[in-house]
Design a protein around this ligand. Sequence first.
Ligand code: CA
Length: 219
Amino acid sequence: MRILIAEDEFVLCDQIRRALTAEGLAVDVAHDGEEAAFRGGSEPYDMIILDIGLPAKDGLSVLKEWRAGNVTTPVLILTARDGWSDRVDGLDAGADDYLSKPFHMAELSARVRALLRRRAGVTSPVFRKDAVEFDTRSGRVIRDGFPVELTSQEIAVLSYLFHNAGRFVSRTELSDHIYEYDGDRDSNTIAVFVTRLRKKLGPDFIQTVRGRGYMIDGA
Ligand code: CA
């Protein structure tokens, strides 16, 4: 899953980026409103964290621009502690959730996971299929009660397929959602990750149809 953080406080932005990267998310950052508006309007993010107080273009204007342009990506806004009117305006402008500063990183992470799975129509942070469990909080995978060692890229592929269970996902779509903006993309390596996941999770765990892509069926 790939997300955008639009936050002009460099230290805070980096703390959020590191926390979410550690959970297996691909994270892009924007440090002002113009950059945020452009990135969020042109890249296929799975969710966006948007600071309301951004330079160059304020967060509320950025959000309105996205919604007017039919960008339906879930957005969590960050506001000042006393910014209740910003929260009201943000929610009315199409934000899906909010958090006021300062906040605990664990709460932000939990809200990010909730927004990501809500879109997938899933209520639990743990995905299950057959004898396999994938915990989105820790990135841990268990098969038949035993932990399975996966690389960060294998986890990223597994997570995207679980969040989109029941439909075929092309290699291009997968690489759009597991790599960062300036990441080294090679859609051929996706096939390698899927082969390794099948070895580790079971030969039928991920279905393939030539020309359509990969699918975990209704988990
Ligand atoms: Ca700010």
